[in-house]
Design a protein around this ligand. Structure first.
Ligand SMILES: *Cc1c(COP(=O)(O)O)cnc(C)c1O
Length: 211
């Protein structure tokens, strides 16, 4: 298990304004508790089922903030809504936003996921359509409260390619600031330093926290 204080110091040296989300999808509540005891409060899960399980098991830790970061199947929408995540980071299409909005009875803070590496295996809207879809969701989905964008860096060994995908995401984020965007969520264990250099203000780290 990582020493959180050291990691936060390292992050702060790169930028003063970065929120760390501890991704707990591959660990148990034991690890979550250990990080909590070190002061971590924001946690991310990529499956609704697992989010529900951990929320229930850790319900006494009332100040944990749960983020939904994975693909949301339509048959899991109601369950996600009932779990009230602090941020739904993975809204991957206008249609998905509409489906969730239809069933929401409260305002859900949400990020639009951008497939900035243009990979078939990845969820998200295309770079070309991102700004337009963002505005469309804002005007047509009254309970989807868009706060910015999320992206997964290119899944390649070539740092230049990863950098390009981060830069594309950041550019879109910048253009959406006038529409109220304040969160640019990008960067994982293998590429968070690069992501921060490209302007990320929210990183989602899993693997490296538990080594
Ligand atoms: C798993 C996951 C992460 C964390 O990835 P690591 O490489 O383990 O740091 C971040 N974001 C999303 C969307 C994920 O699914």
């Amino acid at each position: 298990m990582i020493v959180l204080k050291d990691l936060l110091e390292k992050i702060e040296n790169l930028s003063k304004d970065v929120t760390l989300i501890a991704v707990s999808k591959n660990v148990t509540c034991t690890e979550v508790r250990e990080l909590y005891e070190q002061g971590q409060r924001n946690f991310g899960e990529n499956r609704v089922q697992e989010l529900a399980k951990k929320e229930l098991e850790l319900q006494d830790f009332t100040d944990i903030k749960w983020h939904m970061i994975g693909r949301l199947q339509n048959n899991k929408i109601n369950q996600m809504i009932s779990l009230k995540p602090v941020l739904w980071q993975s809204c991957d299409s206008f249609e998905r936003a509409l489906e969730v909005d239809k069933r929401l009875s409260y305002k859900l803070d949400t990020l639009l996921q951008i497939n900035s590496a243009d990979e078939d295996t990845k969820q998200g809207v295309s770079v070309a359509n991102a700004a337009e879809i963002y505005e469309r969701i804002q005007s047509e989905c009254k309970n989807i409260n868009l706060k910015g964008v999320m992206s997964i860096g290119a899944h390649v060994d070539e740092p230049k390619e990863v950098q390009k995908s981060f830069e594309l995401t950041y550019k879109i984020y910048e253009s959406l600031k006038s529409k109220g965007a304040t969160i640019c969520s990008m960067g994982m264990s293998s590429d968070f330093e690069l992501a921060i250099k490209c302007g990320s203000n929210m990183i989602r780290l899993g693997t490296m926290l538990y080594l």
